[in-house]
Design a protein around this ligand. Structure first.
Ligand code: MTE
Ligand code: MO
Length: 240
């Protein structure tokens, strides 16, 4: 493929991801007579975008990485509530429930996750609200975790449920991308409550809302699981 082709493909991918912005609840796309039809067309387009983005997604294309000097301090918190409301999860009793198309459904403890091979990355985190930060996350590659629980790697989706009721889901190709990790550490120390203790998904090829914090359950499924913001209009694929 020529460099020009690659550029065009990247542009196309970005344009598709960007197109999703017009479906955000905050951007009023008013149709004077048929607001419901406008909404329906937009969400159908957004689901079509998901399919196209899924087809364009290359598991071997890596998100950019950065030097330690680029880490943003202080880090930036975001959730659908104030930082003081972040869920407090007891790391000693925390367990990850495993459901759906998974061979071994024995819940995982933090000790189990710590005993697995860890990967560290310094990557950029991008929120649709219009800010971006660089941080360091370390943890277990999700692909490794899925293999260790004998998950069906041909299933379509992996979904995550969080201690605060938040939930989201990703396609299997994105789950197996090597930089997609179950992060335990943030900027050199165990995750704190606001930033997703005891474990969050860190997926640098996707936008902030696809990075669930304080995960308590993982589900492997062929039924479209949606997500907290995605069900309110955010583009489901959510590539950055
Ligand atoms: N459990 C949980 N995870 C979540 C959210 C949330 O409200 N609850 N918000 C998402 C959004 S929209 C963003 S931008 C990031 C913010 O992560 P940060 O606090 O590390 O910046 O978390 C994502 N994961
Ligand atoms: Mo976000």
């Amino acid at each position: 493929m020529s460099p020009l082709m690659i550029d065009r493909r990247k542009l196309f991918t970005r344009a598709l991801a960007f197109g999703a912005v017009s479906t955000l609840p905050g951007c009023n796309f008013d149709h004077p007579n048929h607001p419901d039809i406008a909404d329906q067309v937009l969400s159908a387009m957004s689901r079509w975008n998901d399919e196209a983005q899924g087809l364009l997604f290359d598991r071997h294309t890596l998100a950019p990485t950065f030097p330690a000097s680029a880490i943003t301090r202080p880090a930036r918190f975001n959730a659908f509530y104030d930082i003081s409301q972040a869920p407090q999860v007891n790391p000693a009793t925390w367990q990850l429930a495993l459901t759906g198309r998974v061979g071994n459904k024995t819940p995982l403890t933090l000790a189990n996750l710590r005993a697995m091979k860890q990967q560290s990355q310094i990557t950029r985190f991008v929120c649709v609200e219009g800010w971006r930060v660089v941080g360091q996350w370390s943890g277990v590659p999700l692909g490794l975790l899925l293999k260790s629980i004998n998950a069906d790697l041909n299933a379509r989706y992996v979904s995550f449920h969080c201690a605060d009721g938040y939930f989201t889901s990703i396609d299997m190709a994105s789950a197996l991308q090597p930089q997609t990790i179950f992060a335990l550490d943030f900027n050199g120390a165990p995750l704190t409550a606001p930033f997703g203790a005891p474990v969050r998904l860190r997926i640098p090829t996707k936008l902030g809302y696809k990075n669930p914090k304080s995960i308590v359950a993982l589900n492997v499924t062929n039924s479209f699981p949606g997500g907290y913001w995605e069900n309110q209009g955010y583009n489901w694929f959510g590539g950055s």
